[in-house]
Structures are given as C-alpha cells and as structure tokens.
Design a protein around this ligand. Structure first.
Ligand code: HEM
Length: 538
C-alpha cells in the first residue's frame, strides 16, 4: 500500500515539477526530466517514509509506548536479535515474569515492528472472544500460510461464521467415534512398520527418525479421515505429497529471510519475488490444489455409485451441500496441512520426552498394557483409550509444555481498546501458547516444570487458574476445530508407540535445533533420531 502511495505521489510531484519547469536546470527534454525527477522522488520519499515508520514512530510517537514493556536493546531492531536467535517464546517468558503489567506487554520486534503480548485471561478473552472478529489474521499470514488454502482458517467475520457452522458437524464426537477404528488401524500399521525397521536393522537399538514417522502417520490419517484417500506415505516415504510437505514445513534460512521481508513488503510483491523458495511453494500449492480437486471428483463418483465408505470430512461437506467445489478444495487443503504437522509435532515432543524420562515411559507403558491387553486388536475403542489416566496426564502435559503451534498473530482491523488502552488500527497482537502455557501467574510456581501428575489435581485443568491459561488450541470462535479429533489421534499414536517401544536419545543430552516455523518440534541432524527397542510381551 505504502509503495503504491509513494509511486503515485512521486508521479504527481514529478508532473508538477516538469510542468513548472523546475527540472529544466538538470535536463532539457521533458522525458529526461521525468527520468531523473521521478526515481529521485520515489527514493527520497521512500527513505523518509521508511525512517519515519521504522525509527521515529515506534521510538517517539506511537501511543502504545506507554504500555509497560522490556527496554529495547536496539534503536533500529528492538528485540529482533534475541527473537531470531532464541527459541520461539523464550524472550517473552522472561518478560512475563519480570515486567510488571496489567495484562498487556509492549515490545518492539524485528526491525522495530510494534507488538503487544496479552498476558492475562481478561485481555486474552477480549482478543479471542469478545473482539475475535476485530482482531483478524494479518495480511502477511496469507503469504506464509498459502499452502493452507483459502478455507476456514483464513476466513473472517460472517464468512467465517458460515463456514464454521457448516464444518462443525464433521468434528462432532459422534462422528469422531466412527472415525476411531481408522485412527487405530493407522497406528497399528505404523507400529508394525517401525518394528520391522528395527528388526531389519540387525543391530540391538537402531536409530529411528520419529519426526518422519510422526508426519507420515498423521498425513496418512488425514488423507483417510479427511477424504477417504490412501496417501500411503508410511509405506512409501518417497511419496511426492510427503516430500512436498517435508520441504515446505522444514524451516530454512531462506524462509526466515522471506519471513522478514514479508513483514515489510506487500502481498503482491512477495508472490512475485523471483526466488526459488517462492517458486517451490507455488508449485507445491498447485500440486496440492490439484490433488484436492481429484479427491472431490473421486468422491462425487463414489457417492453417485453409492459405494459404501467411511463418513470422512469430505463426505460430510458434500452431503451438507452448501459449499462449492472450490470452497471444498480450499477446506481440504486447510485440513491436510493444519491437521497433520501439528499432531506430528506433538508426537515428536512425546517420544523425545519419553527418551529422556525412562520412569515416565515405564509407567505409561504399564498403564497402556493394562488397559489394552493386545495392540493387534480390531476391537480397541475410544473409551478404552480415554480410560488410561496416565496417558491423559502425559498427553495433556506435552500439549501444555510443548504446544505444537508456539505462536499465532492477530491484527486490529480498526481502532479499538484492550483492557481500556487505545489500540490503533493495524496493531499486531502476539498470541503465544508457548508463553502463556508456562505462566507462573496462571499455573503456579512449577509452571516451568514438565510434570504429568499436575493433571491429577482437582478440577481436571492441571491446576490452571483459567481456561485461557492453556492456549494450545486457542480459545473462542477461532479455536482449533480439529481439537478433539487431533487429541484422539495423538493418544492412539502414543498408545502404540509408548506401549510397544522404548526410546533413548541418539547421544546423551542430544542438542536440539528448534527453529521457528508454523509448528515447532525437536530436531537433531534434520530429524528426531532416537535409539529404539521393541519391548516384548505386547
Ligand atoms: C495437536 C494438534 C493441533 C494443534 C496444536 C492445533 C492448533 C491450532 C491452533 C492454535 C489454531 C488457531 C490458529 C489461529 O487462528 O491462528 C488452530 C486452528 C485450526 N485447526 Fe488446529 N491444531 C491441531 C490439529 C488440527 C487438526 C487435526 C485439524 C483438522 C483435522 C485442525 C484444523 C484446524 C482448523 C480448520 C483451524 C481453523 C479454525 C477456525 O479458524 O475456525 N487442527 N489449530
């Protein structure tokens, strides 16, 4: 927007300068005068605009400056250096402890971008509930998340309400129960394939990459539960779809720089950048779009032929009948991307924690085996899985302690207030599960400890003082529609993995590289390499 305004203003100004002959001192012909005047004006006004918005406004003028916050170490880059260097949320965890505040913390991020961090349930409820359609997804989300399609995740206002109403029945617990056998069978398939990999290795405790297994299993599950399609990525790791998601979900230095550019450049500029990383994602997007369209066509044929099938999410959307094919295509893209890397991240954090905490792993295995005597059974039910108390405690604690989506962002679409403070249009709000889920104010002094037993406290909420203390799936009308589905899926996978295997880090206290992406998971040498052993008797 700003670029367009600067260009138009420079054009008008150069017209005036040429018309009034002010530029005749630098060149004779009007064409040459434009050729000199126009770019000079664009550059000089661009510099003035950038200096104002980058340095002057945030440092001296912004009304947000009076909100309490940590002192910025840099005049031009706020806390940007720390934010880039550290794990997502680590600087913010320090601020919520050390900066006395009333529910909002103000800080300057990369290149002095102004940010507000809500810290109390009251302010979080304002952003996520009472003003959820005023605090909308920022434009730059649309570039970063373009692989997620233009479905419910990106819709706003009445359009979002309409889509949410249509899609909610697909995630109803009754429907979930009917999908459970599918989740369980995919878990069994994964466990058998990993056990075969362990046996085929011929060494006692071979290394298995659980980032890859988790992603492939959850991708196959979403293919089947989302559209009744077999992606077969567990059996064929070189499968195109899996490779595409791997490539785009693995944060690279190039993507990091694009993310920074995305903060300051308009959407059309980002889409047209002549860079390989941009072309790769565009190609991936079209591949997935075509795949989703194919799934819709196949489903129409199956429905016309009355082929018996699972009531997957696509069937339910079609039966409901009010979404166009293009809308269904976008929703499928959303479910496929939003619904597999997130759960896979929870699986990765789980096996990594189990590899470091043998006492937790043993207790979990014992309870799993007591509740479910054989893994290879078709008759395991959701209720059996739900009955395993320590499984509930462990999975709840992983989701609290290592939220797969560490941060999400909102932007005020008009002037408003939060906690009584004036919030100008365009203000960015950071919603940070990775920070709020660790708040001592909300969880007590042991908030920073990994402790599954906290979920035995009365109330069933881990001792939190508010529902807004746990932001893993967010809250309010924009909370995760797939929450119940993903929790059942995740628990089934953990039953299979923790019940059958023991894990150990590849090397003691293995160093993790945790890079900021849409999801966050433990990574070492590009995967999650763990020594893996089959524990006999199950
Ligand atoms: C552990 C697993 C998961 C986590 C931690 C998670 C987390 C989240 C979060 C934090 C949001 C809010 C994003 C935002 O508004 O900025 C969200 C939204 C959403 N999630 Fe999930 N998710 C998970 C699994 C799933 C699954 C399995 C599906 C689908 C099958 C799914 C579908 C969606 C959709 C469609 C939305 C947008 C909802 C709306 O805007 O109305 N998610 N999820």
């Amino acid at each position: 927007m700003a670029i367009l305004e600067i260009l138009l203003l420079s054009l008008a100004e150069s017209y005036a300068l040429v018309h009034l002959s002010y530029l005749s001192v630098v060149a004779k012909s009007p064409v040459a005068q434009y050729a000199i005047g126009f770019p000079t004006l664009v550059i000089s006004q661009g510099v003035v605009y950038a200096v104002y918005h980058w340095l002057i406004y945030p440092n001296f003028i912004s009304p947000l400056r009076k909100i309490p916050g940590p002192k910025a170490p840099s005049f031009w880059n706020g806390h940007g250096k720390d934010i880039i260097a550290k794990r997502t949320g680590d600087p913010h965890k320090v601020w919520i402890k050390t900066v006395p505040n009333d529910g909002l913390i103000y800080y300057k991020g990369l290149l002095n971008r102004e940010r507000l961090l809500p810290t109390t349930p009251k302010v979080l409820a304002e952003v996520l509930n009472s003003q959820s359609y005023i605090f909308v997804k920022p434009q730059f989300f649309r570039f970063s998340l373009r692989l997620l399609g233009n479905g419910i995740l990106m819709a706003e206002g009445d359009e979002h309400k309409r889509q949410r109403k249509i899609l909610t029945p697909a995630f109803h617990p009754r429907h979930l129960r009917s999908l459970f056998p599918l989740l369980w069978n995919k878990t069994r398939e994964m466990v058998d394939l990993i056990a075969a990999e362990v046996e085929a290795s011929g060494v006692p405790d071979p290394i298995v990459d659980f980032n890859s297994w988790g992603s492939r299993c959850t991708l196959d599950i979403i293919g089947k539960a989302g559209a009744g399609i077999e992606f077969n990525s567990m059996k064929e790791p070189n499968n195109d779809l899996f490779k595409i998601y791997q490539k785009v979900f693995t944060p690279t230095q190039g993507q990091l720089w694009m993310g920074i550019l995305n903060l300051i450049m308009p959407l059309w500029f980002m889409h047209n950048l002549p860079l390989k990383a941009v072309r790769d994602i565009t190609r991936a997007k079209y591949f997935i779009m075509n795949l989703c369209l194919d799934m819709i066509k196949k489903k129409r044929v199956q429905m016309a032929e009355k082929t018996p099938m699972h009531s997957d999410i696509l069937s339910i959307m079609m039966e409901e009948g009010s979404l166009s094919d293009e809308e269904m295509q976008n929703q499928l893209m959303t479910f496929m991307a939003a619904g597999h890397e997130t759960t896979a991240a929870a699986v990765s954090w789980s096996v990594w924690e189990l590899s470091r905490r043998p006492e937790v792993a043993e207790r979990l295995r014992a309870e799993i085996r007591a509740a479910i005597p054989v893994l290879d059974s078709d008759s395991v039910t959701m209720e059996q899985i739900e009955s395993i108390r320590y499984l509930r405690n462990f999975t709840n604690e992983i989701l609290r302690f290592h939220p797969p989506v560490p941060v999400t962002i909102r932007e005020a679409e008009k002037d408003t207030t939060l906690n009584g403070e004036f919030i100008p249009k365009g203000t960015t709000i950071m919603l940070m599960p990775s920070v709020i889920n660790h708040s001592e104010e909300l969880w007590g002094p042991d908030a920073a400890e990994f402790n599954p037993d906290r979920w035995d406290k009365p109330g069933g909420n881990g001792g939190a003082t508010s529902n807004y203390a746990n932001l893993t799936f967010l809250m309010g009308p924009r909370s995760c529609i797939g929450q119940k589905f993903s929790v059942e899926e995740y628990k089934a996978i953990i039953v299979g993995l923790a019940g059958r295997f023991a894990f150990e880090e590849k090397t003691k206290d293995m160093e993790l590289s945790i890079r900021a992406g849409i999801t966050q998971r433990p990574t070492h040498d590009g995967g999650l390499p763990l020594k893996t052993r089959v524990i006999p008797g199950w």
